[in-house]
Write a protein that binds this ligand. Structure first.
Ligand code: F6R
Ligand code: MG
Ligand code: MG
Length: 366
């Protein structure tokens, strides 16, 4: 059967700063979805990573379905009411528009969805990252799909020898979706030339070239483009189908061992290493470090298994230690140079006023 996987995610309030949603808030969203999903969803799974709460659901309505998006929007509205009642920090933070207008995209919450014909066994991984932006997946997914150093299947499995097609979006262009399609391995240097710039060019989706089937989708919203000012980092979600004609689960996970430096961290304005964490991880050191969690599932006729926590293994404890070391190292240089993001990416407007004031005090001498 044809199934649609949809993930809709928002920061609608959290305990003690931007740390984690309260249990009451999570329960409210869970209950709302349970009550309002009859005849709409086949299955669903509610989770949280850092201060973001995500609704993963399965249905047969296709992508961008108004009823699915409205249900998620209303779930976030009803969660926000609880967040306000409890005095949670940043209650309703990601709900940037007053009224629902047909599609949750462009209203604040992050969305990624894909519709496909279910394989007889259908494994996939749902990633959620906090304190960072959609470009955080550029390097891991590039390596997992293009590089035989990480993806042994590119050498060993005939099913993958044709490579993958990448759809990459220019997130700085806001009038419409501006996308380019490039094929790996043929155009691998062009892909790398774009993905180098995590803040501008972002992987939107990936397809098997042999079958045309979709392997991956990433939420690509930039909140500051929607709101016109800092309202929090985008905290992207992604779905990856694995095994068979797609990379093995471990091939997709392997690049996360790098703990690549990504934009985000404190005040969305720093570079920090992306730490692969267990499900339900909170946020701590310097409002970070940026975290990513992964929940692996199988789906059959739209019914989900329970999640398997892909980063809950002793190997990733070792990686987390290494990534902590990277985080400490860069933090030790505070605001200097690459520790803080370039001017164009700073998420707070205050510095603009400060520099304007200082500009007036400069004197031309000599
Ligand atoms: C980053 C983030 C936090 C906040 C910081 C200040 O995405 O959410 O680092 O930027 O805690 O928060 P405000 O500006 O809400 O006081
Ligand atoms: Mg937040
Ligand atoms: Mg967040």
């Amino acid at each position: 059967m044809k199934v649609t996987l949809s993930v809709l995610k928002a920061d609608i309030g959290s305990i003690g700063g931007h740390i984690t949603p309260s249990q009451a808030l999570v329960n409210e969203v869970k209950n709302f979805v349970k009550e309002n999903s009859k005849n709409l969803l086949i299955d669903h799974y509610i989770s949280y990573t850092g201060d973001d709460i995500a609704i993963l659901c399965t249905h047969d309505k296709g992508v961008s379905d108004e009823k699915i998006h409205k249900m998620a929007w209303d779930a976030f509205i009803s969660g926000t009411a609880v967040a306000k009642k409890q005095g949670l920090y940043g209650a309703g933070q990601d709900l940037l528009k007053d009224a629902f207008s047909g599609n949750i995209k462009g209203m604040g919450p992050a969305v990624c969805e894909m519709e496909f014909e279910e394989r007889p066994n259908e494994p996939f991984v749902f990633f959620a990252a906090d304190k960072t932006d959609p470009g955080c997946y550029n390097l891991p997914f590039y390596l997992g799909f293009c590089d035989p150093m990480y993806n042994a299947g590119l050498i060993l499995s005939p099913k993958m020898s044709d490579g993958f097609k990448f759809r990459i979006i220019d997130v700085e262009y806001t009038e419409k979706d501006k996308v380019i399609e490039l094929n790996a391995p043929d155009e691998i240097y062009d892909i790398a030339a774009l993905l180098r710039d995590n803040e501008r060019y972002v992987i939107e989706s990936i397809y098997s070239r042999a079958s045309g089937n979709q392997a991956a989708v990433v939420s690509t919203t930039r909140l500051h483009n929607i709101a016109g000012k800092y309202t929090g980092k985008d905290d992207p979600v992604a779905l990856i189908r694995v095994q068979g004609e797609f990379p093995a689960t471990g091939e997709v996970l392997a690049p996360f061992e790098i703990g690549p430096f990504v934009a985000g961290f404190m005040r969305g304005s720093h570079n920090g290493p992306l730490m692969p964490c267990k499900l339900k991880s909170t946020i701590s050191f310097f409002d970070g470090p940026p975290v990513v969690t992964g929940a692996a599932f199988c789906v059959r006729e739209g019914k989900l298994t329970e999640p398997a926590d892909v980063f809950d293994h002793p190997f990733w404890d070792y990686v987390r230690d290494q990534v902590s070391k990277k985080a400490s190292d860069i933090r030790r240089q505070g605001f200097s140079g690459p520790a803080m993001l370039p001017y164009s990416e700073l998420e707070y407007g205050g510095i603009v006023e400060k520099l304007e004031k200082l500009e007036k005090k400069f004197k031309l001498v000599g």
